[in-house]
Ligand binder design. Structure first.
Ligand SMILES: Cc1ncc(COP(=O)(O)O)c(C=O)c1O
Length: 390
């Protein structure tokens, strides 16, 4: 297996031109969910081949069909979920899938119920689409891991009939992979309240190392009938700029609507994105194992560098971790106010992270991206620790 890209020189990383490294002057860029660790050789070979063949026009139908098949095969082989190819549709990205689901399954003035902390655009976008966002903070389970507040979710869904629950699993930003039992309990709440679920499973390929991803819609006929699922190869193989995500529809009415509107919904899908996605799902699995091992070791290295006063849970899926800075922040003589923690860390420590306030109002937490060469993870950990005086 070809090695990951492990060049830890920030000048070189910036020269590669990624958003992550070019948008901030940070010494260590650990904010947006992009990976510095490259992509699978099978993906880059497929892309080079497509360019060499001049495959840069509109998405050919036979290629779209191959991509849909590759996604269905990945779901079947990896998660044991048998979805017919006809139920897999291509869209440019998961945000677009979310936009379509919100518009199709809620009315203007309706609500999106969102467990928080959450992926940042889910906090802000529904309001731009004339839907309110009802935040329900997650709670700690017996092991202190973030899980659903089922009572809070049921109250929110009951108070807003016809709302949509945004379920992100594996979870951004905590890195949790929800267990089957948690999802079944959530499904009972959804079923009682008659809500619709948008299941964002974009990080599912990043589940490995003995953990299992359970697609929410695969749980039962009931979840299949109240869910739109979105996924992509874009996080696992670092191809989000290539614009090819997949929607999996499992409700009969939803399937009929997508059958009629799928081509229009997929207009922005890129041809190179379909090439890369097909190669990733068909041939990129083994490469991911190396990536996941490396990310797990980065998590250990970060823990050592941060020391015991900045706790976080190892990611179970995703390469994101949710750092709890509340203790050290409270001990500072003049701590940054809510919403200013990430900016303060950028200025004081030279580390770019996502401020927990952007994840739905979680002051004192920051999201940190582990998909970077280890020396930089360690450097970031030391810098954060020193800035926070712990
Ligand atoms: C949970 C989650 N959903 C959606 C997205 C955005 O995906 P896309 O680029 O396909 O819109 C991200 C990107 O980080 C994400 O983490």
């Amino acid at each position: 297996m070809t090695a990951l890209w492990l060049d830890a020189d920030p000048t070189h990383l910036r020269a590669r031109g990624s958003l992550k490294w070019t948008a901030t002057p940070a010494s260590v860029a650990a904010w947006v969910a992009e990976s510095d660790l490259g992509t699978a050789p099978a993906v880059s070979e497929a892309l080079h081949g497509a360019i060499d063949r001049g495959l840069t026009g509109y998405l050919p139908r036979d290629l779209a069909a191959e991509t849909r098949e590759a996604c269905a095969a990945w779901q079947r082989e990896r998660y044991g979920w048998d979805v017919p190819v006809s139920r897999v549709h291509l869209v440019p990205d998961v945000i677009e899938a979310f936009r379509i689901a919100v518009h199709h399954h809620t009315r203007a003035g309706g609500a999106v119920v969102l467990p928080t902390p959450a992926y940042m655009p889910f906090v802000t976008l529904p309001e731009q689409w004339d839907r309110s966002v009802v935040r329900v903070p997650m709670v700690g389970d017996a092991d202190g891991q973030a899980t659903f507040d089922l009572v809070g979710i049921e109250e929110a869904l009951s108070a807003h009939p016809g709302s949509l629950l945004a379920l992100v699993n594996p979870h951004n930003p905590t890195g949790r992979v929800h267990e089957r039992a948690e999802l079944i309990a959530l499904a009972e709440v959804v079923q009682r309240t008659g809500a619709w679920v948008f299941a964002d499973e974009i990080h599912a390929p990043l589940v490995g190392r003995g953990r299992t991803h359970v697609p929410y819609a695969s749980l039962s006929p009931a979840t299949a009938a109240h869910t739109t699922t979105a996924t992509a190869a874009s996080k696992g193989w670092n191809i989000p700029g290539l614009k090819c995500a997949q929607v999996i529809v499992t409700d009969e009415d939803d399937a009929a609507w997508w059958e009629a509107n799928g081509e229009q919904n997929g207009h922005g899908v890129s041809t190179l994105g379909a090439v890369a996605t097909t190669a990733a799902y068909r041939h990129g699995g083994p490469w991911l194992e190396g990536l996941l091992d490396y990310v797990a070791e980065n998590s250990t290295a970060l823990r050592e560098a941060l020391g015991p006063q900045i706790p976080f849970a190892d990611p179970e899926g995703t390469y994101l971790v949710w750092l709890d800075l509340r203790g050290p922040l409270a001990a500072l003589p003049s701590p940054p106010p809510p919403g200013e923690v990430a900016r303060w860390l950028l200025e004081t420590a030279g580390v770019a992270v996502v401020d927990g306030m952007a994840n739905g109002g979680h002051h004192g937490f920051v999201r940190f991206n582990l998909a970077t060469p280890r020396p930089l993870v360690v450097e970031a950990g030391r810098r954060l620790r020193s800035a926070l005086g712990c």
